[in-house]
Structures are given as C-alpha cells and as structure tokens.
Design a protein around this ligand. Structure first.
Ligand code: G6P
Length: 614
C-alpha cells in the first residue's frame, strides 16, 4: 500500500527520494510524488517547496523530476487510492494553501469530512478529494515557527491511522514525522537522515534504523534526530541493525522478483530452520516464544489469526498441530475474528501469522485477542514490524525481504516455522524421542527436496503455455494438501487474473463439479498416504465428465501419471511434508501463466503487498 520516503542531508534529495520510492514499488501503488525544499535563486534565495506528482509508475515520476532539481531535504510518497480517484491532484504530497508546508500520509483519517468543513469555514481551499489533505491545512493552521509543535497540535484533531511525514519551507533541513498505526522508520546515516515506511527504501544508504512506536513524533535534521512520545516526553531511541543485504532486494539476473523468490526457497527454508533443530533432544529450539515450558505445555488449543497466503500457511499449521501434536487447532481469517466478539480463553495459544507484520486485519484481530487476556505469538518475516513488536513472543521466519506482491518464499518459511512449532508441542505431549528424531531428519531434507521440485521448471512452463488461455480452473486437494490447493488457486488469481477456485477434493461433488467441462481444467494434488485412493476417485469423477486433469503427485506414482492428462512429478517424501513439495509446481504454474498472458507479475493490478487498511 502507500509508501513514504524522506531525506535530509548533503545529497540531492530528489534522487534519493525517487530511488527510495522505486524500492517501495512492490507495496502496490497507483501514483507517486515528491516535495523538496529548494532555494529560489531568481528571488531572494529564500526556500520554497517544489512539489512534483505523477499518476502511474515511478518511471513517470522520474521523467517528470528535472535532473538538476536542487534541494537537500524532502519527502516522497507512493499512493494506493482509498479516498478519491487516481489522479495527479489526489497524489501526495499535499500542501497548505500558501504552499509553505507539504505532507505525505499513509493510513486513513476517519473524521476528515468534519475537519474539512471546519477548515473550509476558516478560509482554506482544498484541491484534492483525499482525506490526507486536511493534515496539511491543519498543520498550517497551527504553525507558529515550529513544525513539530504544529504537527502535534494537528494530531490532536485526527481520528484514524497514520504515518505522516512533513516539511516546511521556513525550516530548512528539517523533516517531522508521526506514527499511529502505519509504520515509520528512521534511518540513521553519517551526516544524513532518512524517514520511510519500510526499511527497504533506505537499505542502500544505511542499516542503522529506529522503528517508531504508535504515538511517537520525530524531528530529523542531517546530524540529529529527536523522538518524543504522546505525553511529549523525550524517547531514548533504540537503534537496530538491519540484517538484510542489499542483494536481497535486487533481482540478481532473474526476470522478476517473483521468479527470484520462488527459486530462492531452498535457501530461505534453510534459514528458517537454521539453528532451530535440536537433534540431541529431538526438539525445536524456538528462543523467542517468551513462554516457559510449563506455560507452553499448559496450552490446550491453538488458534491462528491471519489473512491471504499467511492464512493458508496457518491452515497447514493447524492441521499439523492437531494431527501430530494432538491439540485442537483452528486457523481463522483475521477480518472475521475481530468482529464476531470472540471467546478468548487463557489456555488457548493464539498465533498471529503475517509476512509483513503490518496487515491491518491481522493486527486489529490480534489486539482484540490481547485485550481479552489472550497470549498471542507472532509468526512474522519483517523484523521490527508492528505485529512482531506487539505480540507476546514469536518466531521470525527469516525468509529475507519478499518484494513480489504474490507471496512465495515467505509461505514456505511460515510452513517451516509451523513444522518446528508442531515438533515442540508434540514432544511436550506424546511424541517419542525417536519419532521426534525422524521428524527432524525429514524436516532437514526439505530444502533439498524443494530444490529438486524446482527442476520441473521447463515442464511447467510448457504446461502453462498449453493452459494459460483457459478462463476457469479448479485446484483440488485433501487433508494437508487442501490449503495448498487454496494457495495454488490464489497464486493463479493474483498474478494472471484467471478465475481459479481452490476446493477440498471430497467436496467437489457438492457443487463445483457442475463447473467441470472441457474448458475448465482441474489441478489435482495427490498425496501418497491414505487419502491417495480417495483423491484418485475424485480425479476419475472429473475425467468422466470431460474435465482436463493436471495431476501433481510423487514421481513414483505411475498410476496417477497414467490417469491424468498432464502430470507433474514431485520428489517422493513422507506425506506430512508434501505441502513443501506440492506448492512449488503451483507457484511456477501461476508464474508461467502470468508470463504467457503478459501480466505484470510483481505488481498485479489492484493488489498491495502490505494491506494496512481494513
Ligand atoms: C495481501 C498480500 C498477500 C498476503 C496478505 C497477508 O493481500 O497481497 O500476498 O498474503 O496481504 O499479508 P501478510 O503480510 O499479513 O502475510
């Protein structure tokens, strides 16, 4: 969703701002802009704000920004429209009537209509249809020589969520920011400072960062920064060191980020497991749970809260926890849980699963559970993200930055975290040391098996060419592979815009079978356990009705290969671990279908990587 960049220092601000916005492209956006403090040489040399905005890609903004645009301090924004259409006027930054103050805003101002009326009454004229513009006018209304004081006064009027960054022509070199519900990070450089909604925007310049908390306000100058909290007390900043490397946010020779991230999975899964497999005690070492063994043992149930792909990982996780650790477990959509007045019991362990750690639905649902006394552990990728910080403990999945909107490597890393947690819980209940050792050995082999599954790349590309022009698909699986079918269908929808339904294979006769026709292919995930025969029966039901079948099954399964119209083999392994091998061909299939149809794989229409609004 929307992204913020800010820079103050000796370098040309416009370049750094636009380059930062380029790094934030992956979040999803429809327009972009910058505001820079610039000396008016034609006049008396006083500072003025130059604002440049464009609809469309960052490339369009880059073209619109004069190469020699001077100025060493500025703010930038990528907008994902919520209030008001996608137009140049609605793009950020927004400015006060006199043009002396410019702001960028992420989030939603709920009471903007009332504020707008009040400001119009006092003589302000509004240019855009956005909720954000009220912030510029409010700051201007309160401005009396100190931007931070004016912003703090403006904040008192605002209801809603925000990450705000602003500059004033009368205060050269100063950026002021405020956070409430939308992330803001300070980047500490040598004689220069950065402010952004996401560390990737500044990774090329500094790895020393300070994550702002809700209610905090920051002032930045090239050589210093100052943070105060909602009570106006100075905050002693904690500088964190980002471990992500710049390489991780480059394409490194791949055509797009999604392809790179799919092929990175043997390594990213390895990272998720690294140092966490305890072969001596056949246990998982999960140091961040912040629960004593007794506290963890006392948990009687597990509930996952998540959205999108993370929810699918949660469905797999719950299946594992219930079938292997023998604790009742359910994965729930965060957007549903929050508003259904949930019963929260102290003996339930809640898991908030989120790649970004910023998804509004998941965050609010988690807060609702915490408000009712629940213990929530986070399973997150982004270190320092809001969910990671607000949860009571958790597991970082260490997949590294995921840039493509469609999640791939974060999903398999989340799975890895669930397998480790399952082992921990199972060993606390009735899994023997020996069974634990076997489970760990199988888990250790997963990166190698995923690597082998990726070798089917060329075969899958050929299949994508054959099938990409179909309008509808069914993705079918049972047991642990049902969530994988859901995830396969979601991947195809997200990036190729082909209609795809994920369904439990046993459920097709209760409705979806009516969709089966020669034009509607079914992708079957066939396990190698007690559900294999049943899945084959479902496959035959589809074939009998003229539906084309693409089957994914163990490389040894010659029977399935013979029944299916097309067959994708995956390396054979214990069925408990098949989610890892089965998701790979589905990710590749979606990717190659989108390529075949000429879609923008990394930034699909209408979608955002991190959805910070409800
Ligand atoms: C968005 C993204 C999805 C993602 C979901 C949950 O919809 O487009 O790819 O699965 O949010 O995101 P999270 O960061 O919480 O895992």
């Amino acid at each position: 969703m929307c992204g913020i960049t800010g820079y103050t220092g000796p370098r040309q601000a416009s370049r750094i701002l636009v380059e930062g916005l380029k790094r934030l492209e992956y979040r999803g956006y429809d327009s972009a802009g910058i505001a820079v403090q610039q000396e008016n040489l034609a006049n008396d040399g006083s500072i003025e704000l130059t604002v440049i905005k464009q609809v469309g890609k960052i490339a369009a903004l880059r073209q619109a920004v004069p190469k020699d645009l001077a100025g060493h301090c500025g703010i930038g924004h990528t907008r994902w429209a919520t209030h008001g259409e996608v137009t140049q006027t609605n793009a950020h930054p927004h400015s006060s009537c006199d043009g002396r103050i410019s702001i960028v805003h992420n989030g939603i101002i709920e009471n903007y209509q009332a504020l707008k009326e009040m400001l119009e009454h006092s003589g302000c004229s509004f240019k855009s249809e956005t909720d954000s513009e009220v912030i510029a006018h409010l700051i201007s209304y309160h401005y009396d020589g100190d931007l931070e004081l004016a912003l703090k006064a403006a904040l008192k009027h605002l209801k809603g969520t925000f990450g705000i960054s602003c500059i004033c022509a009368d205060e050269p070199g100063r950026i002021v920011g405020a956070r409430n519900g939308s992330p803001l990070v300070v980047g500490v450089g040598e004689g220069e400072m950065f402010l952004a909604s996401d560390v990737t925007a500044m990774l090329a310049h500094t790895k020393r960062v300070v994550y702002l908390n809700d209610g905090e306000v920051v002032s930045l100058w090239p050589h210093e920064f100052r943070i105060s909290d909602s009570d106006d007390q100075a905050v002693d900043p904690k500088i964190d060191h980002v471990t992500w490397e710049l390489d991780a946010i480059e394409k490194e020779g791949f055509a797009c980020y999604m392809e790179k991230e799919i092929f990175e999975q043997p390594d990213s899964i390895e990272r998720a497991l690294k140092g966490r497999m305890d072969f001596e005690y056949s246990m998982a070492k999960l140091g961040g749970l912040n629960l004593s063994k007794k506290e963890l043992h006392a948990k009687q149930r597990v509930r996952v809260i998540a959205a999108g792909t993370s929810w699918h990982a949660g469905l797999v996780g719950c299946h594992l926890i219930e079938s292997i650790a023998r604790l009742p477990a359910l994965a729930e959509l965060a957007s549903e849980l929050r508003y259904r007045n949930p019963v929260v019991e102290p003996e339930t362990l809640y898991l908030s699963v989120s790649q970004s750690g910023e998804t509004a639905d998941t965050l609010y649902a988690m807060r609702e559970v915490q408000r009712r006394g629940g213990t929530v552990l986070g399973i997150c990728n982004v270190v320092g993200s809001t969910i990671a910080r607000e949860s009571d403990g958790g597991i970082y999945v260490h997949s590294g930055p995921e840039i493509a909107v469609a999640s791939t490597k974060a999903f398999t890393s989340q799975l890895a975290a669930f397998y480790l947690l399952t082992l921990s819980l199972a060993r606390m209940h009735d899994m023997s040391h020996h069974e634990g050792a076997v489970f760990l050995q199988q888990l250790r082999d997963i990166p190698g098996l995923v690597k082998k599954a990726l070798e089917q790349r060329d075969r899958i590309q050929v299949l994508a060419k054959k099938y990409a022009h179909n309008q509808d698909f069914l993705f079918l699986g049972r047991g642990l592979l049902y969530p994988i079918a859901l995830e396969g269908a979601l991947k195809l929808k997200e990036i190729s815009y082909i209609h795809a339904e994920g369904y439990a294979a046993g459920e097709i006769k209760h409705g979806p079978i009516a969709l089966v026709s020669p034009e509607t292919p079914s992708v079957f995930l066939v396990p190698n356990d007690h559900l294999r025969e049943k899945t084959i029966t479902n496959m035959k039901e589809i074939k009998a009705r003229g539906g084309p079948v693409i089957a994914i099954a163990s490389e040894k399964d010659t029977e399935v290969a013979a029944i299916a119209d097309d067959f994708i083999p995956v390396p054979d392994c214990d069925s408990r671990f098949q989610p890892f091998t089965m998701i790979i061909p589905l990710q590749l299939f979606a990717y190659f279908c989108a390529l075949e149809l000429g879609k923008d794989v990394d930034q699909p229409r209408n979608l955002a990587k991190s959805v910070t609004v409800e």
